[in-house]
Design a protein around this ligand. Structure first.
Ligand code: PEP
Ligand code: MN
Length: 363
């Protein structure tokens, strides 16, 4: 079932002053001074549209700092007034929603752990019924696109039309990232719901400062609609997520280093060159697929011989030979070893599937 989301595209709630919506601020509000000083420095960069600060922190382990709680809501609202920036925070229960709305927070987001639980999301949606406030839904911690979509639908069904998504990566037993980006999942969301803005959160994907740039640049190159980056005036002594937070000046450096390219260009020369090259690519793709078809037909022919002779579809020696003999040629054509391996794997898997269907026809 593919429903449509009703998204407000007529106001600028999801736009930044320079294009992408930029959200920044500490992982957690720690004290009025920490919040105000960090935010004043952020405001001076002139790069931030919305301040963020966690008031209630869903921590994985019980002895970690779990947030100041409702007392910090007013610090955030006051900081917003002082810096003339919008404010945002995470809500995980109907009570959080009620308190955040009463305090006058401008944007809400639903955290990754909450998105995994439809009961919690529905309870938040019920508390938002009839309220006009922008809400962002972070991806669930597990790589389940439907769970993400389901949460967006629940919030949208409550009448929230200023609705966006935040891509913060997925929990896997993986070393490279704190949360693996699995870019194909937000891209699939964008394909299904092009009207939904997707904000990338490089901080929770990277888990450390030195890979923020690569993740943020990639997100911008994939035409994502904004960035949420954690910043703190003294990141090393932050009470939560200290490894991934950056100072406001490092935040400014980071934003200055990112190339914000546009999805299109109005240059006539560029567009005509693009069209010419694309038509060549169309031709090459056709040739590729006719060759792949030819290869699969040969595979099927072999399948019939194997059937008559009682031979299995998979032969380890032949597979090794394919890899060994094809790779040097592919590499000489400028292709990488890794890419060649992937292509061969896909071709070989399909060949085995076709031959198995011949050897074991459905009864
Ligand atoms: C956060 O934004 O600080 C946070 C807790 O994020 P997530 O829900 O992505 O873990
Ligand atoms: Mn955090």
């Amino acid at each position: 079932m593919q429903a449509k989301l009703q998204i407000n595209t007529s106001t600028n709630w999801n736009k930044g002053k320079n294009g992408p919506l930029i959200i920044s601020g500490p992982c957690s509000a720690e004290s009025p001074e920490q919040l105000l000083q960090t935010s004043n420095m952020l405001a001076k960069t002139n790069k931030v549209d919305v301040l963020r600060a966690g008031i209630w922190k869903p921590r994985t382990r019980p002895n970690a700092f779990e947030g100041i709680g409702s007392e910090a809501l007013n610090w955030l609202v006051e900081t917003g007034k002082e810096t003339q920036l919008k404010t945002s925070t995470e809500v995980a229960t109907p009570n959080h929603v009620e308190l955040a709305l009463k305090a006058g927070i401008d944007y809400l987001w639903i955290g990754a752990r909450t998105t995994t639980n439809p009961f919690s999301v529905q309870a938040i949606a019920d508390a938002l019924q009839g309220v006009d406030i922008p809400v962002f839904v972070k991806n669930p911690i597990n790589p389940d696109l439907n769970l993400w979509i389901g949460a967006l639908e629940r919030i949208n069904n409550a009448g929230i039309d200023k609705l966006g998504a935040i891509h913060r990566g997925f929990s896997t037993f993986h070393q490279e990232y704190r949360n693996a980006p699995l870019w194909e999942i937000p891209l699939q969301l964008k394909t299904l719901f092009p009207e939904v803005s997707i904000i990338n959160d490089p901080s929770h994907i990277s888990g450390k400062r030195d890979s923020l740039y690569d993740v943020a640049q990639k997100a911008m190159d994939l035409n994502m609609d904004g960035l949420m980056i954690e910043s703190h005036l003294d990141p090393d002594n932050a009470w939560s997520d200290s490894n991934q937070q950056v100072t406001p000046s490092a935040f400014l450096e980071l934003l200055n280093a990112i190339q914000f390219r546009s999805a299109e260009s109005s240059s006539l020369t560029y567009n005509s060159q693009l069209e010419e090259l694309r038509s060549k690519i169309d031709q090459v793709d056709n040739e590729l697929f006719s060759k792949i078809g030819e290869r699969m037909n040969l595979t099927k022919e072999i399948g019939h011989y194997k059937k008559i002779n009682g031979v299995t579809p998979f032969q380890l020696d032949r597979w090794k030979e394919i890899i060994e003999t094809r790779q040097p040629y592919a590499i000489s054509q400028g292709l990488s070893k890794e890419f060649t391996e992937k292509v061969l794997q896909i071709l070989h898997d399909e060949s085995i599937k076709l031959q198995s269907a011949i050897l074991n026809p459905k009864k």
